[in-house]
Design a binder for this molecule. Structure first.
Ligand SMILES: [Zn+2]
Length: 168
């Protein structure tokens, strides 16, 4: 894969735990101890009830594509296009939606409702940024799993296991 391009994130006291976990391949979202609301991106205060501080919880389940777009514009030199950016929600974490690049399937094969696994990619400035890997029951993998080198993503997607028995 190509060297990461783009602008490094502005890390604050409130978002530092998120970026530290991201470097370990773990996706954290904020959880409010007062009202139970969860939210992303980290903000340091509950968006629902203004309680703070908030806690972090880790998302370990698969998500589903809520919406997506395909970028064809080479915004920066070295940016490989086209690629899909998906907005993902999680059944066990209502209120949370996370955007990121989708890997493991061609941009034209992305579909709303498709299952994706959480992953990370090396991003600008050495930060790991959220990205997603298509789960191959719903989309066909092009054999390009493109594992991120040093981010140690949890549960590497087994894209090779598509046995064509999806049916329906
Ligand atoms: Zn709250």
């Amino acid at each position: 894969m190509t060297a990461p391009v783009g602008i490094p994130p502005a890390v604050t006291e409130e978002t530092e735990p998120f970026w530290t976990a991201a470097a370990q391949g773990r996706l954290l979202v904020e959880h409010c101890g007062a009202c139970g609301a969860e939210s992303f991106p980290p903000y340091g205060i509950c968006r629902a009830c203004r309680h703070r501080p908030v806690e972090f919880v880790e998302i370990t389940e698969r998500g589903r594509v809520y919406s997506f777009t395909v970028n064809h514009q080479r915004w920066l030199p070295g940016l490989e296009v086209p690629y899909a950016i998906v907005l993902v929600d999680f059944p066990g974490h209502p209120g949370v939606r996370v955007a990121g690049r989708l890997r493991g399937c061609a941009p034209e094969e992305v579909a709303i409702g498709a299952e994706v696994e959480v992953g990370f990619e090396p991003g600008p400035g050495g930060y790991a940024v959220p990205s997603f890997v298509a789960v191959s029951e719903t989309v066909k993998a092009p054999g390009d799993t493109d594992a991120p080198g040093d981010t140690d993503a949890p549960g590497d997607a087994d894209l090779s296991g598509a046995a064509g028995g999806a049916g329906s």
